[in-house]
Design a binder for this molecule. Structure first.
Ligand code: NAD
Ligand code: ZN
Length: 377
């Protein structure tokens, strides 16, 4: 409590410009304002969306920023008007808020809260109304969260309070990748018992989609990746068949059609590649096949033959697995603690915040599923 109301100086990894290595810096974190919470970050995962912003999106207006959006921590202090949180509460920051009052929050069809940072700043993928400064410059908050920092400040509509006994160095994964892939299967695709599914891309998001297909009762789950080292893990989460598109001299959608008598019932694209998005749609069976875009990209248009949709397929996408974030994340933490969903199996590496560039490199070269950075005790 000694720090409440004061500026905190702490360590953070700052992304000063696109494609450059992150720099360890001392930053200043202002006290929380009306409706805001200052959080001591304990652990964070590294997600491909952090790499996307750094290496692919590269919009200069989104820098300098502190990346990281898959964290968990403890409330340090709260701003005026905050009644649902108190210092010491365990929390997960949410890159997608749930204000509970906008027309989207009130509608059961969507989780896209209109008060989220992305409603205004989608193109720069960061919130410029930041509480961070470094070397006298404002530093943006990537996805409104910025978990590659010892402390961060977030509006209470984008924070989930979780079980006091939750292990923060594991449940942090529910802040993005696992909830996203799992929800894309169980919510957005609506995978049904006995169905045949295909998941393209076997990072943490794709593996979580495999887990969702399995928990929803799919009878056959094809795991598709160009990196065959990922197949062993996919088996752990319930995949039954394994395909490397590079091992065939015809499109993988044709291979799938032959193996399934016409195509799969549900396909999920978890790569962020527009060609793979098209392939995933083409891999679905006519009449009722559903294909879901989960991978993130906004740099290219995508295309498909209209007949794909005229023939009765559905093409859709989802953010954060379609979960209404504040309501769902505490329940997902309980699902982990009671064994309904796995988390430990996604974690392949553990490092310190100082090693963040090594962690980024591991993901870039396909050598990890999730690397957890221990930020503070
Ligand atoms: P990752 O890099 O760990 O995994 C991507 C996988 O795709 C790798 O295993 C890679 O080998 C595989 N791959 C690459 N090219 C391929 C191809 N042509 N065919 C088949 N497989 C291929 O990434 P991740 O953290 O699991 O994230 C996956 C995607 O999901 C990213 O695009 C990320 O930005 C996105 N994402 C979306 C949301 C959302 O809310 N929609 C949230 C989080 C992440
Ligand atoms: Zn993410």
């Amino acid at each position: 409590m000694a720090t409440a109301g004061k500026v905190i100086k702490c360590r953070a990894a700052v992304a000063w410009e696109p494609t450059a290595a992150l720099m360890m810096e001392e930053i200043e974190v202002a006290p929380p304002q009306e409706g805001e919470i200052r959080i001591k970050v304990v652990a964070t995962g590294v997600c491909h969306t952090d790499l996307y912003h750094l290496f692919e999106g590269k919009d200069k207006r989104g820098f300098p920023t502190v990346l990281g959006h898959e964290g968990a921590g403890v409330v340090e202090s709260v701003g005026p008007g905050v009644t649902d949180f108190k210092p010491g509460d365990k929390v997960i920051p949410l890159f997608l808020s749930q204000c509970g009052e906008c027309k989207f929050c009130k509608c059961p069809k969507t989780n896209l809260c209109d008060r989220n940072w992305s409603s205004k700043y989608h193109d720069i993928m960061s919130d410029p109304t930041t509480r961070f400064t470094c070397r006298d410059r404002p530093i943006l908050q990537f996805m409104g969260t910025s978990t590659f920092s010892e402390y961060t400040v977030i509006n209470q509509i984008a924070v989930a309070k979780i079980d006091d006994d939750a292990p923060l160095e594991r449940v942090c994964l529910l802040g993005c990748g696992i909830s996203t892939g799992y929800g894309a299967a169980v919510n957005t695709a609506g995978v049904t018992p006995g169905s045949v599914c295909a998941v393209f891309g076997l990072g943490a998001v794709g593996l979580a989609a495999v887990m969702g297909c399995k928990n929803a009762g799919a009878s056959r789950i094809f795991a598709v990746d160009i990196n065959e080292q990922k197949f062993e893990k996919a088996k752990v989460f319930g995949a039954t068949d394994f395909l490397n598109p590079k091992a065939y001299n015809k499109p993988i959608s044709e291979v799938l059609a032959e193996m399934t008598n016409g195509g799969v019932d549900f396909s999920l694209e978890c790569v962020g590649n527009t060609e793979v998005m098209r392939t995933a749609l083409e891999s679905c069976v006519k009449g009722w096949g559903v294909s879901v875009l989960v991978g993130w990209t906004d740099v290219k248009d995508f295309s498909a033959r209209p007949i794909q949709l005229i023939s009765g397929k559905t093409w859709k996408g989802s953010l954060f697995g379609g979960f209404k974030s504040k309501d769902s994340v505490p329940n997902l933490v309980c699902d982990y603690m009671t064994g309904k969903i796995k988390l430990d199996e996604f974690i392949t590496h553990k490092m310190s915040l100082e090693q963040v560039n090594d962690a980024i490199n591991l993901m870039k070269t396909g050598q990890c599923i999730r690397c957890i950075l221990n930020i503070s005790k």
